[in-house]
Ligand binder design. Sequence first.
Ligand SMILES: Cc1ncc(C[n+]2csc(CCOP(=O)(O)OP(=O)(O)O)c2C)c(N)n1
Ligand SMILES: [Mg+2]
Length: 331
Amino acid sequence: MNTLIDNTQHQREILNKLYLIRDLEEKIAAHYSEGKMRCPTHLSIGQEGAPAALSVLLSDKDFAVSTHRAHAHYLAKGGCPNAMMAEIFGKATGCSGGRGGSMHLIDENVGFKGSTAIVGNTIPVGVGLALSQKMRKQDNLTVVYLGDGATEEGSFYESANFAVLKSLPVIFVCENNLYSVYTGLEKRQPKDRKIHQLAESIGLKSFHGDGNDVVQSYQIFQNAVNHIKQGNGPCFVELETYRWREHCGPNYDNHIGYRSEQEFLTWQQKEPIARFEQWLNENSQLSTNDFSASRANINTKIEQAFKFASESPFPKAHTMKNHVYSEQHND
Ligand SMILES: Cc1ncc(C[n+]2csc(CCOP(=O)(O)OP(=O)(O)O)c2C)c(N)n1
Ligand SMILES: [Mg+2]
């Protein structure tokens, strides 16, 4: 496989996305115990590679939907960090008015059409968005982010079947982190089954690779996006990766026994950001000084997002009914 990112702008943008996603989530983890972020929070630390690589191949007119583990997808699509942090702090300036929290992110300005907490819930929504793009004859596509666990939901099969049947411009991006909460793939699916092969058997053009290798992921996404843009129908991309922290929350949990410290350490060796920096050092104009300057710049934005969130007001109680459907909704 040709593994090149020869577009300098893409190199810089991917690097900035990696720093933004990692450092913002590390800050969430560092401050979570203060009790000001009162929603369940699923971190993507260790899994930043795939969304960062895909981010530069999409425009604001392309759509994306996501899951409970949505921060990386929202930020990669260009979602506003201030509105995301305000949402996590439960503030009125949050992207869902402070009523949704970490799992309910949305930024329609950049085509991020929402994330929800029910596993498999946004898969048919994303396919519906792709149907709308096709019916309007738009030259755009929809990204449906999902975990390995979501491929065990009926909604995945119904949605994939429909997408294939109607040849829709949708790319299913499966971040296979080997676990659904505390249960490993080997306890949930038959031995030797490959998720991308299963997707292929439904009729999805399928790709598979190392999600912690940003350059390889970029190449795979380029092929998938080209396949769709040439009118060849939907794609499925399975990228292997690993979450470093507990399923939900800021802590490490290797000690509780569902996975081993050794497994964690093996994946940490395959860390996506250091690998990408090394590749850039060897293959691009960018150097360690550029990395430090970019990272400092990103961290200023992260500081601003936390400041904005903590200084924003909570939603007023009387606005509650604005977000709840009722017979009296329009009174
Ligand atoms: C329909 C449904 N079943 C179960 C749950 C509880 N649950 C929340 S996250 C999760 C794990 C999903 O695993 P995966 O899709 O691999 O995503 P990951 O957490 O690994 O990113 C489960 C079972 C839920 N939210 N919705
Ligand atoms: Mg998983």
